[in-house]
Design a protein around this ligand. Sequence first.
Ligand code: ATP
Ligand code: MG
Length: 235
Amino acid sequence: MVKTMHVYEGKAKKMIPLDERKFIMEFKDDATAFNGEKKAQFKGKGWLNAQISTMLFKMLEEKGIKTHFIGVAGDNKLIVERLKMYPLEVVVRNVVAGSLKKRLPLTEGTELPEPIVELYYKEDALGDPMINYYHAKVLGVGEDEIKEMEHIALRVNEILREYFKEKGIILVDFKLEFGQNEKGEIVLADEISPDTCRFWDAKTKESLDKDVFRFDKGDLINAYEELYRRLVGEA
Ligand SMILES: Nc1ncnc2c1ncn2[C@@H]1O[C@H](COP(=O)(O)OP(=O)(O)OP(=O)(O)O)[C@@H](O)[C@H]1O
Ligand SMILES: [Mg+2]
């Protein structure tokens, strides 16, 4: 497959080809919500998400999860393996929040008896709709590939849930993206940050994630810095 050397600019990141096999993934200070309807810039947001993603990818690699993370290329830049991305978002939920309230008769904050995995088609024009195996097959993604992504996502959930619990943080839910490398292996890609996860302070249930911006619940940088401080172990 011929790989272009064009820069891809998304809503939150820039993907800059380094060579045939690597990207510089640059985190921007942009924040968007509700499919891009709400937009703003927060100085330092890119740096925070790059640091947090780096820590979490390194920790997951140590636990045997294959990720696209290769290294750091500056303040808000990571070096990642270029992958053939699945047009999917795999969401794992531990606690009722966000759009789950529209699907099940459960109140926000209810802990789920077991994690729920949901599949979304990553297509802004369609509003990233929720899909099932049959839809995915039409998109060219086989059942075995989805089963493997779900399996990896549930393993990532076990690891991250425990990791954050020790830091007094509840991992409410999160979104993962996967790609395929040249060997045909399924690899965890994109980012893991307060943009793609919901984190609540275990005592106060205060949001330490993008909900602060989505629902005007305070200062996004304060929330992301608080999360970062907890991860690096600063009081
Ligand atoms: N290792 C990788 N190889 C190839 N593409 C990747 C890799 N990791 C992430 N991507 C893709 O790069 C883009 C990152 O940019 P950004 O997150 O800003 O995305 P986006 O496409 O605007 O969509 P959204 O904001 O809805 O995620 C995404 O399309 C993501 O799927
Ligand atoms: Mg994205």
